[in-house]
Design a protein around this ligand. Sequence first.
Ligand SMILES: C[S@@+](CC[C@H](N)C(=O)[O-])C[C@H]1O[C@@H](n2cnc3c(N)ncnc32)[C@H](O)[C@@H]1O
Length: 436
Amino acid sequence: MTHRVISPQHGGEAAGPLAAVDKVKGGLKFHLHPDAIPLATPWQVALERASRLAELELPGGVILDAACGSGIQLAAHMLATQRAGLGIEADEVVALSAAANMWRVGTFDRSEEAPWLQSSRVIVGDGTDSKGAMAVVGEVTIGVLQLDPARPQNSRTHGLDEMSPQLDEVFSAWAEHLAVTERGPALLLDLSPRLSDSQCSEVEALAETQWPGVAKTWEWTSRGGGRIDRLSLWLGAASSPGVETRYVRIPPHSQQAAIIVVDSHTRGETRTDPSSSPIESPSPSEGSARSLPRVGEYMTILDAALVSSGLAEPWLDTVLPQQERFRWLEREGRRPVITHLRQLEIDPEGESLLVQASGRIIAIISMEITLENVPLLVDIAVENKLHPVTIRAPLDPEIQPRVQAALHRMLRDKGGVSPGFVLCDPSSSRLFICRE
Ligand SMILES: C[S@@+](CC[C@H](N)C(=O)[O-])C[C@H]1O[C@@H](n2cnc3c(N)ncnc32)[C@H](O)[C@@H]1O
């Protein structure tokens, strides 16, 4: 494949339609070719991780993105580190958009004249062909290798051999051009959260083959809704000393700081595999006998993405008073629930994003949630001055909104002062009514 170079300001109007980026003050816009939209890194995610990358002691040199797509992640790295970027993209139109997006980010930052922007380039070409790339831009030293390979979009799983470009080919092509610190070269691999634990081990093995003993930090990123959006592997000088795994919850507003949960020991041990069967037995932290939750205990529905990253337990250790023990009532699915004796000690501004709801059980009843039974829930809510009360139980989607609306309507003007929620015990017909 022949390589062709594009400078940022020459990405131009052929670069695809402009789309505004949500929640960015002053209206930063990006050129996004329709085919590149599902693959593009959301700006808030890109900038948040770029800011953390910039805080590390990185080797000197440019930032190479060997499959740069829209260039959004590369431009965020350039902005945060104030380093020149070199993007390589196989698709010519997408490469044009990457160059144009670098320029948009640079001009948004009023850095038109900055050397890091002026010397940045996008190459239309193959990210595994370092010789071809260097033939058109000259010899460059790479300070950070960023790689977010394309993968099939329409299947739940995919193999490493379906990634394009292939990780090992990119590693071997660029290894000799990567500058190092005493912690090795700096690489950030953006991977799919659909990778299984064994595929993650395969990725580690590929990195080890090229850089034996290289330090690794795995990162699960979520923008909410209980979904893991990104899985990334930070290698060598880009890894965080002593941190094997971390969970990053990107907040809804760009002014808020991300919530970061770290653990040094859990990778691959407690992560919930999406395909595994539900865990019915208690977790190791809860003792052997599963007694039923009682009135007065607390129930907390955790962020499902935190739980599936395997980092719920280390986080709970930091927010349960005196490292109190807790029990899992439900560990799988959209509403993972724990019970505990005392209130969580969390910062309401930030860490509350890791909790869907938390409250004290004020009543336990054996009942099905139906439209006919709503008055019974209303009686309990009125007696305990609850308002509003949210149903947080899996109900038929046809019935759920009707039951919820009836509950709201019947509780209006009944003097309730505290919000509450209703949960159901996954192993019985019991309902727990909780005050938040
Ligand atoms: C997941 S996207 C990258 C998204 C990017 N991180 C962003 O922020 O927009 C992967 C890109 O790699 C490109 N690609 C696939 N194989 C390639 C190769 N061998 N060399 C260069 N680019 C390649 C695809 O065209 C696609 O645009």
